[in-house]
Design a protein around this ligand. Structure first.
Ligand code: ADP
Length: 164
C-alpha cells in the first residue's frame, strides 16, 4: 500500500522553511499531497490560490512524489478520501505549539486513523514565516535567503505591487 501524507498550509507565499519540511516529508512517504488552504482564517491572503499553487509547483520542481492541490473543507475528511496516513507539519519556536497541539487533537477525534507528525524546523528557518517574508519585502529588504531562488523575482514583484 502506498504511504501517503498531507502537508497542509496557507503558503502565502511558500518559503524555504516550507520547502524544507515538504522535501523531508517526501523522503519519508511514497506520496506527499501539499494542500493549499483556499480560505484560511488568519486574514485575507496576499497571493491568490492559483498564484500560491503555481509558486509551490515551481519551488518543488524536481521532487517527483509531491502533488500540489487547492483545498477547502475539513482536512480530516480529505485525508480519508485520499487514503492519507498522516498530516506532516513543521514546528517552529514555541509559538506554533499550542495551536498545532489543539489542531492535532481535534483531527484525531474527527479521524482516529489519521496521525499528525511534527518535524522540527531546521535551525536556519526557525523564525521564518510567510508574513515575515511579506514584511521584509514590503520594506524593500532582501528576501533571497527566505524564498527559493526560482520564484524570487515573481514574489518580489508581486509584493511590491501589493504594498506600493
Ligand atoms: P506560515 O505560518 O508561514 O503562514 P503556513 O500556515 O503556510 O505557514 O504553514 C504550513 C506549515 O508549514 C505549518 O505546518 C507550519 O508550521 C510549517 N512551517 C511554516 N514555516 C516554517 C518554518 N520556517 N520551519 C518549519 N515549518 C514551517
Amino acid at each position: 500500500m502506498e504511504r501517503i501524507a498531507i502537508c497542509p498550509g496557507s503558503f502565502d507565499p511558500v518559503t524555504l522553511g516550507h520547502v524544507d519540511i515538504i522535501s523531508r516529508a517526501a523522503k519519508m512517504f511514497d506520496h506527499v499531497i501539499v494542500a493549499v488552504l483556499i480560505n484560511f482564517s488568519k486574514k485575507s491572503p496576499s497571493f491568490s490560490i492559483d498564484e500560491r499553487i503555481d509558486l509551490l509547483k515551481r519551488a518543488l520542481h524536481g521532487i517527483n512524489n509531491v502533488e500540489v492541490v487547492g483545498f477547502n473543507g475539513l482536512l480530516a475528511d480529505y485525508a480519508k478520501e485520499r487514503n492519507a496516513l498522516a498530516l506532516v507539519k513543521g514546528l517552529r519556536a514555541v509559538s506554533d505549539f499550542e495551536y498545532e497541539f489543539q489542531m492535532a487533537l481535534t483531527n484525531k477525534i474527527l479521524n482516529p486513523e489519521l496521525e499528525t507528525i511534527f518535524l522540527t524546523t531546521s535551525a536556519q528557518y526557525m523564525y521564518l514565516s510567510s508574513s515575515f517574508v511579506k514584511q521584509v519585502a514590503s520594506l524593500g529588504g532582501d528576501i533571497s535567503s527566505f524564498v527559493p531562488e526560482c520564484i524570487l523575482e515573481t514574489v518580489k514583484d508581486r509584493l511590491l505591487h501589493i504594498y506600493q
